[in-house]
Design a binder for this molecule. Sequence first.
Ligand code: DX5
Ligand code: ZN
Length: 217
Amino acid sequence: MNKLAPSMLSIDFGNIERDIRLCREAGTDYIHVDVMDGLFVPNISFGPPVIKYVKKAAEDTPLDVHLMIEKPERYIEEFKKAGADIITFHYESTEDPLKVVKMIKNEGLKAGVAVKPKTPVSVLEGMLPELDMALVMSVEPGFGGQSFIEGSLKKISELRKMIENINPECDLEVDGGIKADNLSEVLQAGANVIVAGSAIFSGDIKKNVIDFLRVMK
Ligand code: DX5
Ligand code: ZN
């Protein structure tokens, strides 16, 4: 099933509750929460205290938390306490990704692993049986509003094939530069969870969500 995950990085932080409510009213599946530590990526966003507040606003809409932090194993428990439902961390951010996947699952959460644009999806193959989600970054992580890297389409279809062979239950999420005009090709390549930040939170939020969902469902 296809799912939409609007990225909070582009939300109006003065109106978090209002804008999350608009996404929910329009039928969003998840809220995507980007956590950046200024080390793994050259930007700092927010951490557990803010996520607790977002969780309240999101009510029963699951929080899809994307950790762009070094050594995510240090904080899994805290992000669970803050309200994460799915935790995705970066393959490149830790020495033993499989161990971190197990930590997340032991907390009773869904676990995902992300790869940066220059990391081949083949690194995920051995872990796929354990994963609830695999995330292909289609921009260099760190900032919203960048352009989709075209080479990502090939990675998405390659990963889709691997998922079908190894663990068809695993979701394939794509994050970065997705807009109304390239959404269809990202879905066609094999993505089933779509992250969109600037495309959702600029202009009419409710309409943007509805327009995306119309193409997706
Ligand atoms: C980038 C983040 C994305 C970002 C997407 O590091 O992981 O979730 O907010 O923003 P857009 O959709 O504007 O590219
Ligand atoms: Zn993200």
